[in-house]
Ligand binder design. Structure first.
Ligand SMILES: N[C@@H](CCC(=O)N[C@@H](CS)C(=O)NCC(=O)O)C(=O)O
Length: 213
């Protein structure tokens, strides 16, 4: 194995790592597996990532990196001029802070909205309540990010080019669309999502996912 290999699945949170990998400019091979087809739970994949989730970044030395903030951190370390983390110790810490916030927000607000039955232990009535509450909290989180963007000039860390955390936040905006959350009143979040979509690496990742069908 010559290049790092990113294991991902189209239109999932793995897309965030895929987009960041393309923005890094590094030579990284990509392997798409099917979440719906149960590939993440097959023994071959569990041997690679026992969490049974995408994304996973397999390095030529055999190391496997999981968890989106850690994958983006590795990409930023390997491509320090990519802008995936802002420069300097404080900039890098702020970039990690926002990556952690996006990750935490996805796990506690978006995931229960996407899969409420799992969170409610299979109880339908409880699942409906979980979903309704999660949708409200997801919107509140995006409103919080929208205000932060407005304060810092359009990107989370005030950088001209969106950083890795901005790519993550733009994905949360896309997920809000999947969940039919109305965010028409969050102009800074919508503008960031457009700016991220226009980044050549992100556009290339989206085109490659679209080509997967
Ligand atoms: N903690 C993981 C979360 C990633 C995640 O939620 N992946 C989902 C896809 S969006 C997954 O692979 N789920 C496996 C499954 O549902 O079988 C990370 O940050 O990489």
């Amino acid at each position: 194995m010559q290049n790092p290999l990113l294991w991902t699945s189209t239109n999932t949170s793995g897309s965030i790592a895929h987009q960041a990998a393309m923005v890094s400019g590094l030579a990284i091979d990509v392997r798409f597996i099917s979440l719906r087809g149960g590939d993440t739970k097959k023994p071959e994949y569990l041997a690679l990532n026992p969490k049974g989730e995408v994304p996973a970044l397999q390095l030529p030395d055999g190391t496997v990196i999981t968890e989106i903030p850690a994958v983006i951190f590795w990409l930023a370390e390997a491509a320090p001029d990519s802008g995936l983390l802002p420069p300097g110790p404080s900039g890098r810490a702020k970039g990690m802070e926002w990556l952690a916030w996006c990750h935490w927000t996805m796990g506690r607000h978006f995931n229960p909205a996407f899969g409420p039955l799992r969170f409610a232990g299979g109880n339908e009535a409880a699942a409906n309540a979980v979903r309704a509450a999660a949708l409200v909290r997801a919107k509140e989180a995006l409103a919080f990010a929208d205000a932060a963007l407005a304060r810092s000039g359009g990107t989370l860390c005030g950088t001209e080019q969106p950083c890795g955390a901005d790519i993550f936040l733009a994905a949360l905006v896309t997920f809000a669309g999947f969940l039919k959350i109305d965010i028409s009143d969050l102009p800074a979040a919508l503008a960031l999502a457009e700016q991220v979509s226009a980044m050549p690496g992100v556009a290339a990742a989206k085109a490659r996912e679209a080509a997967q069908g």
